[in-house]
Design a protein around this ligand. Sequence first.
Ligand code: XLS
Ligand code: MG
Length: 345
Amino acid sequence: MAKHTYKFCFGPWNISEGQDPYGPPVRPPQTFDWKLAQLKKLGFDAMMFHDDDAVPDIDSKSETQIRKEAKDLRKRLDGEGIAAEMVAPRLWFAPQTVDGAYTSNDPKCRRYAIDRSLRSIDIANILGTDILVLWLAREGSYIRESKNARHCLERLVEAFDKMLAHDKKIRLAIEPKPNEPMDHAYLPTIGHALAIAQLTRDSTRVGCLIESAHAILAGLDPADEIDFAMAFGKLWSLHLNDQNGLKFDQDKPFGSNNLRVAFNQVRALERNGYGQSGEYVCFDVHPFRTTKTAHWLKHLDNSRRTFLSLVEKARTFDEQKAQQLIADRNYQDLDQMVIEHLMGT
Ligand code: XLS
Ligand code: MG
């Protein structure tokens, strides 16, 4: 197994205040500067950005203003020695995205979504990353008859093509999620993301980002999704976290719910050499709502600690013994071997 070190990142939204659909924030909001300082203090290497994390109130600003603010941010990041891992257009908040962004039934709204994505690409350029993450939050349906899924697919391709044409270097990393906020999303899995890449003007620049919780919500094992994406050379970013079954999106600390599923994700990353082309391990995790302000960076630090311990577990797993058990079809003992390895017995 290749032994290399990993680089880590998170986004400003991962230091969240605890609001949910049933209750208000429970921790005071913090400034971006404070969040950046915490990222540095925790020893992380990069930050992820929604377009409006980088340029607040982006919709009210001109292209010139957006570029200027992005340049100022770049200077600050350079000064701190922090990289920007990606930029993602936040296409689920604005009134124009109520009925979808690229797949809205209203052409004016689709135009808005594409324009905003092109601005996000400009920001990515200025921040020095070639990755545009597309979490397609509202591209799906609540009511099957309200949209034509075939047309929606074509609209997604049209939007991706405009982005690919806008910048010859940008790479689109689609972050699939099967549901929430939609009933059904149009690109629910990595297979869908990599298949739609084939319909675009440059399939080599359309890849994916796997989020553990999103794969689990699709009823899939994130480790298999990692192997699948990496077989295509298309895993360009990663959101590790955890999820207890088919519920609301929980974004729990990595390994919090199922250590064995986490272990298998790390094994898949190790055997495929994730990170060797500069990819980052990002933790898209949120503090539990009960978390006190004094403890609200723990979910990030703990996720990284668990990840690093599991890297050790993956590297010290007795592959030879495992192979013997596999050759003997003794999966019963293989199962127990994994359990005992994880328990340290
Ligand atoms: C939400 C998504 C989001 C993306 C970035 O579920 O995970 O946070 O990672 O737009
Ligand atoms: Mg995510």
